[in-house]
Design a protein around this ligand. Structure first.
Ligand code: PAF
Length: 282
C-alpha cells in the first residue's frame, strides 16, 4: 500500500495505472475510519484493479467551525486500518492540493432542491462543499468507480445528480450501511458519544425500522410525529424525521404513489449529531 501526499505523486501513479489499462476504484473519506469505510474499500477492491482511498477533512463542507475543529483525525490509526482491505493508495492531500491558490475550484452547478431539504435545512452550504470537494477529487483521481455509503443517503443522491448533470463517465456504486450489532450505524462521530448516549443510540435505527410496519397503517404525519417523540423521550434532540421519495427526497403524502421510499433522520445525542436512514421501498 502506497501513501501519497501530493498531487504530483498521485498523477504519476494514476498515469501508470491507466497506461496498464487498470480500473480505478475511489473511496473518498474524511478519515476517522471505521468498519463502514473498510467495507467501502473492500467493495471498491472487488470491482477494480486498484483502489485509491482519500483522507481529507474538507473545510468547505462544514458550516460550523467548531464541528470542523472537533472532527477526529487519527491518521496513523487510519493508515493502519487500511492495510489488508484491498487499498492500493492512501491519498492524503493538503488543503492547497485540493484547493490550490489561484485555481477556481468552485462549481457553477447548484445542487438544487435535493439539497434544500433535511440536511440542507440544518447545514446550509454543506452539500455545495461536498459537491465541490468530490468533483475536485474526481478530477485528480480520475476513477472508473466512485464508492459511497448508503448511510449518507442524501449525499449519495446529490453526487448522483452531479455526475449525471456533468455527464461524467464515473460509475457511482452505493454500498449498504454497516451497523454495530445493536443497529447503530457506524459513523466517525460515534467515538464522541458518551457512554450513556452510546447506550441510547441504537434507538435511532430501531425507530426508523419501525416505520416499515407502519407505512400502510398510519398517516405519514403521525409516523413522523411519533418518530420525533420516540427520540425525544430519551433526550435526543431530533432535527427531522421524514418519510421521503427515494429519488427526489421530497416529503411524500401517499406511499402508493412512490416507487422508492426512504425514512431519514438527524438527531443530536448530547453534542454529537447522528444521521441514519432506512430504505422502505428499494
Ligand atoms: O462522506 C464523507 O465523508 C464526505 O462528505 C466526503 C464524501 C468524503 C467528502 O468530503
Amino acid at each position: 500500500m502506497l501513501i501519497i501526499k501530493n498531487n504530483a505523486g498521485l498523477q504519476v501513479f494514476i498515469a501508470a495505472a491507466q497506461k496498464k489499462g487498470q480500473r480505478i476504484g475511489f473511496v473518498p473519506t474524511m478519515g476517522a475510519l471505521h468498519e463502514g469505510h473498510l467495507a467501502l474499500v473492500r467493495h471498491a477492491a472487488s470491482l477494480s484493479d486498484i483502489v485509491v482511498c482519500s483522507i481529507f477533512v474538507n473545510p468547505t463542507q462544514f458550516n460550523d467551525p467548531s464541528d470542523l475543529e472537533k472532527y477526529p483525525r487519527p491518521i496513523t490509526r487510519d493508515i493502519h486500518l487500511l492495510h489488508n482491505v484491498g487499498c492500493t493508495v492512501v491519498y492524503l492531500p493538503s488543503v492547497d492540493d485540493v484547493y490550490p491558490p489561484g485555481l477556481n475550484t468552485s462549481m457553477r452547478l447548484k445542487p438544487g432542491p435535493l439539497s434544500e431539504v433535511m440536511e440542507g435545512e440544518f447545514r446550509p452550504g454543506h452539500f455545495a462543499g461536498v459537491m465541490q470537494v468530490v468533483n475536485r477529487l474526481l478530477d485528480l483521481v480520475t476513477p472508473d468507480y466512485l464508492i459511497m455509503g448508503q448511510k449518507d443517503y442524501q449525499q449519495v443522491a446529490i453526487i448522483r445528480f452531479m455526475l449525471q448533470s456533468l455527464k461524467s463517465t464515473v460509475e457511482l456504486v452505493v454500498s449498504p450501511t454497516i451497523r454495530e450489532k445493536d443497529g447503530l450505524a457506524m459513523s466517525s462521530r460515534n467515538v464522541r458519544l458518551t457512554k450513556a448516549w452510546r447506550s441510547h443510540a441504537p434507538l435511532i435505527h430501531k425507530t426508523l425500522s419501525l416505520v416499515r410496519g407502519q407505512l400502510n397503517q398510519k398517516t405519514l404525519q403521525t409516523i413522523e410525529k411519533e418518530g420525533i417523540e420516540a427520540l425525544e423521550e430519551v433526550g435526543f434532540r431530533p432535527e427531522y424525521f421524514r418519510v421521503v421519495d427515494g429519488e427526489t427526497l421530497q416529503q411524500i403524502k401517499d406511499p402508493s404513489h412512490h416507487d422508492h421510499i426512504v425514512v431519514c433522520t438527524a438527531a443530536w445525542a448530547g453534542d454529537v449529531r447522528l444521521i441514519d436512514n432506512v430504505i422502505l421501498k428499494p
